[in-house]
Structure formats: structure tokens, C-alpha cells
Design a protein around this ligand. Structure first.
Ligand SMILES: Cc1cc2nc3c(=O)[nH]c(=O)nc-3n(C[C@H](O)[C@H](O)[C@H](O)COP(=O)(O)OP(=O)(O)OC[C@H]3O[C@@H](n4cnc5c(N)ncnc54)[C@H](O)[C@@H]3O)c2cc1C
Length: 386
């Protein structure tokens, strides 16, 4: 007899969603988090495409703002705007949203274990150890974020890589709330800077990078206007997607950031994490019903089938970007303007699925005009992989 059917480690948005779904299927689920206050501190820009509606996981009250386009800035401040005449993305109140997802799981009968850090997940025996005691279960779902020790244990031969995310919540002057601003600065590459309006007078200004904290902080501070007032500072890690990473072993699975289920180009992990939680629900339910581990392999296979080619293409784009200089970007932005690529992006761009846009740019023969020589050979390789 085990303590629970399922132990979920980490009550972030993905762990709480998975716990809720499995409790709804009638399982006895426990949800562990080392924090006492779920959702805090904020470690997210909270920007998601409207594709999140397909996950049926977002009540409207957690939407702070609606976005219909982006202003993109090159290093020399050349601006292009991509936009649609409808909402393309939402800005979420991530703190309250995480709390809601956690409380929804508890209301569904999940047993909370807050303030209880999981010191070790024993993959051989399907048990976990916290400061308090050992717990046994039939299945462990580990969703404890990008620095998961269980992920390292399952993948001893893979170097886990992460980006640094830094962000300020800022009080600002009256601003246009329809657009996000994205800017390129060479030291941050393949990361970038963002300004995301949360209301007419508040915004999130942040960046992600694989560079140093000090340099990133300096760039972020320089981005602020003299009239901006910092209300809060946050930072967190963003995992780098790795197609070779193992996400199941015995009766243990990895989920969400712990599994590296994030978009390589932006580090966004909410929609892909929710979709993977759904794939995990289907397959772990079958595994527990039939007591057959092959369904955990199916979880891994279905995740790869859904995301591998998109994420690999995004990673290739990221590799090109990383090698580009500020001059390359300035050239690229001039070309974008010259060939009216902003209109093509506005029409075919999708925050989550970037391959359709890449295909369209190849089809129209403009993509090779955009990048200076350095990227052309790599672009050809991306095209072959699409
Ligand atoms: C600066 C920044 C900006 C971002 N912006 C966006 C964005 O705009 N859009 C988007 O889609 N994504 C964004 N992301 C990514 C997004 O936040 C993550 O993909 C998402 O939070 C992943 O959810 P998760 O549940 O997998 O993990 P997490 O949210 O990391 O939750 C993990 C939980 O596990 C708990 N935990 C950790 N270790 C233990 C342990 N040993 N024992 C018990 N509990 C433990 C933690 O306390 C935490 O509550 C951003 C990330 C950062 C850092």
C-alpha cells in the first residue's frame, strides 16, 4: 500500500495543472512545493499567445492586458511593427494565475504539502524524501522547474543548460497598451529585451541571456526611461530545450520546465507545458489503469512528435542569431523594411509555431536576402529540416 497514487513535485503552473487533471480522474494525488506561497515571487513576463485558449486552462480574470502586435528594434533603433487587427497575445497576472491553478487542484481533492522541500526522488523505488519524512507512490511526476535535480539524475550525461531571465516591474508614463517592444542587444544574443505593458501605467521590462548577470543588469537598467520607477525586481532561469533529454524512467516522469518543454526562441513554457501535461495525463492514466510502463514511453514519444521539429527549427534559428553581430542585425532590419517583410510576418507569424513563417519566407524567396553571408548556409540546413 502506497501513501498516494501520484506524487507531484513542484506546484508551478504545470505541476498544479497535471495534479488537478489526475485528481479529476479519481486518483489520490499529493502536490509538494518548497514554497509556502504559491506563485511568489513572480518569475515570468506573463506573455502568452491566444493559442492558450485551446488548452482551456485560462479563466479570463487572470488576463491583465491584451496585445495585438510588437514593435521590434534593431541595435541602431530601426523599428518595424508587426501586428494584426485582433488580439494575438495576453499578458497574465502570473502570481494570481499560479495561485488559482494550485487552488483548483486542491479543490479537486489533491493533498497539498506546502513548505515541504523534496530532497530526493528515488526513481528505483518510486518514493520521495522531504525534510519531514519519506512518501511512497505508484507514480512520481517531477515538475520542479529548470534546475530540477531529478532531471540531472535521469540525464547524467547531458549538460543541463539554462538562460538567465531578469525582469523589473515598472511604473511608467502613459503608454500604448496594444504593443510589446522587443529590442536586440548583441551581448544578450540569442536572448533579447522586452517591454510588456500590463496597464496604461505599468509594464514588465526584462531580458533573457546566456551572458553574465552583471552585464544583463546593466543593459536592463539602461533600458529604463528616466521617468520609470522600479517597483519590483525578479529573476529566474529558463531551460534550454534538449531533444536528447530523457523525461521518463521507471515510474517517474519529468514535466514542464523540469523536462525542458519550452520554446527555444523565447523561453516561453506555459502553453507547451500545459499541452505536455495533457499528454502526460492521458498516458499516465493508462499506465496506472493497466499497470503497464509502456505508456510512459508513449508520453515521451508523443511529446517529441508534437514538439521536436518545431523546437529544433527554433533552435537552429537561435544558433544563427547567436552568431550575428549588431551590424548584421541593422542590415537585416533594413532588408526587412525594404522587402515589406513586416507584412508577411504580420500575416503568417505565430508566437508558438514559427516554422509556417519560415516556410513562407523561403517560398517567397526573401529569407536569403535578410541575413548576411554567415547565416545562409545554416538557413539552407533549416530549410532541409522543415
Ligand atoms: C524571467 C522569465 C520570464 C518568462 N516569461 C514567460 C512568458 O512570458 N511566457 C511563458 O509562457 N513563459 C515564460 N517564462 C517561462 C515560464 O515561467 C515557465 O515555463 C513556467 O513557469 C514553467 O512552469 P513549471 O510548473 O514547469 O515550473 P515552475 O514555474 O518553475 O515551478 C516549479 C515549482 O517547483 C517548486 N520546487 C522547486 N524545487 C523543489 C523541491 N526540491 N521540492 C519542492 N518544490 C520544489 C518551486 O518552488 C516552484 O513552485 C518565463 C521565465 C522567466 C524566468
Amino acid at each position: 500500500m502506497t501513501d498516494y497514487d501520484i506524487i507531484v513535485v513542484g506546484a508551478g503552473p504545470i505541476g498544479s495543472t497535471y495534479a488537478y487533471k489526475m485528481a479529476k480522474k479519481g486518483y489520490d494525488v499529493a502536490l509538494f512545493d518548497m514554497k509556502n506561497r504559491i506563485g511568489q515571487p513572480l518569475q515570468c513576463a506573463g506573455l502568452v499567445s491566444t493559442n492558450i485558449c485551446e488548452t482551456k486552462n485560462l479563466p479570463k480574470e487572470y488576463i491583465d492586458n491584451k496585445i495585438r502586435g510588437a514593435n521590434l528594434y534593431s541595435p541602431d533603433n530601426t523599428q518595424i511593427t508587426v501586428e494584426k487587427d485582433k488580439t494575438v497575445a495576453y499578458v497574465l497576472d502570473r502570481v494570481m494565475y499560479d495561485k488559482h491553478l494550485f487552488e483548483r487542484a486542491i479543490n479537486q481533492g489533491v493533498t497539498p504539502h506546502l513548505g515541504e522541500r523534496v530532497m530526493d526522488a528515488d526513481i528505483e523505488n518510486t518514493t520521495i524524501k522531504t525534510q519531514q519524512r519519506k512518501y511512497t507512490s505508484r507514480l512520481i511526476a517531477v515538475s520542479n522547474g529548470p534546475t530540477s535535480q531529478t532531471s540531472k539524475k535521469m540525464n547524467p550525461h547531458i549538460k543541463e543548460e539554462q538562460f538567465l531571465g531578469l525582469q523589473y516591474t515598472v511604473k511608467t508614463e502613459n503608454q500604448d497598451t496594444d504593443y510589446v517592444n522587443l529590442s536586440i542587444k548583441q551581448p544578450l544574443l540569442p536572448g533579447f529585451l522586452w517591454e510588456i505593458p500590463t496597464s496604461p501605467y505599468t509594464k514588465r521590462v526584462g531580458l533573457f541571456t546566456d551572458g553574465s548577470y552583471n552585464e544583463a543588469e546593466q543593459i536592463l537598467k539602461n533600458k529604463l526611461k528616466t521617468t520609470d520607477e522600479i517597483i519590483e525586481k525578479h529573476n529566474g532561469m529558463i531551460p534550454r530545450f534538449n531533444p536528447n533529454k530523457k523525461i521518463t524512467q521507471n515510474n517517474t516522469i519529468l514535466l514542464g520546465d523540469a523536462a525542458g518543454q519550452v520554446k527555444p526562441t523565447t523561453g516561453g513554457g506555459l502553453i507547451s507545458g500545459f499541452n505536455c501535461a495533457e499528454i502526460a495525463t492521458k498516458n499516465t492514466n493508462k499506465m496506472l489503469e493497466e499497470e503497464n510502463n509502456k505508456y510512459l514511453e508513449n508520453y515521451e514519444k508523443e511529446y517529441h512528435k508534437r514538439y521536436n521539429s518545431e523546437f529544433k527549427a527554433q533552435q537552429n534559428v537561435q544558433n544563427i542569431i547567436k552568431e550575428m553581430t549588431e551590424d548584421d542585425f541593422n542590415y537585416m532590419f533594413q532588408q526587412l523594411k525594404k522587402h515589406n517583410v513586416d507584412q508577411i510576418i504580420s500575416e503568417h507569424g505565430d508566437m508558438d509555431n514559427q516554422t509556417p513563417l519560415l516556410k513562407e519566407l523561403v517560398k517567397r524567396g526573401v529569407i536569403f536576402k535578410l541575413v548576411p553571408k554567415i547565416g545562409v548556409r545554416r538557413l539552407k540546413n533549416i530549410w532541409k529540416s522543415l
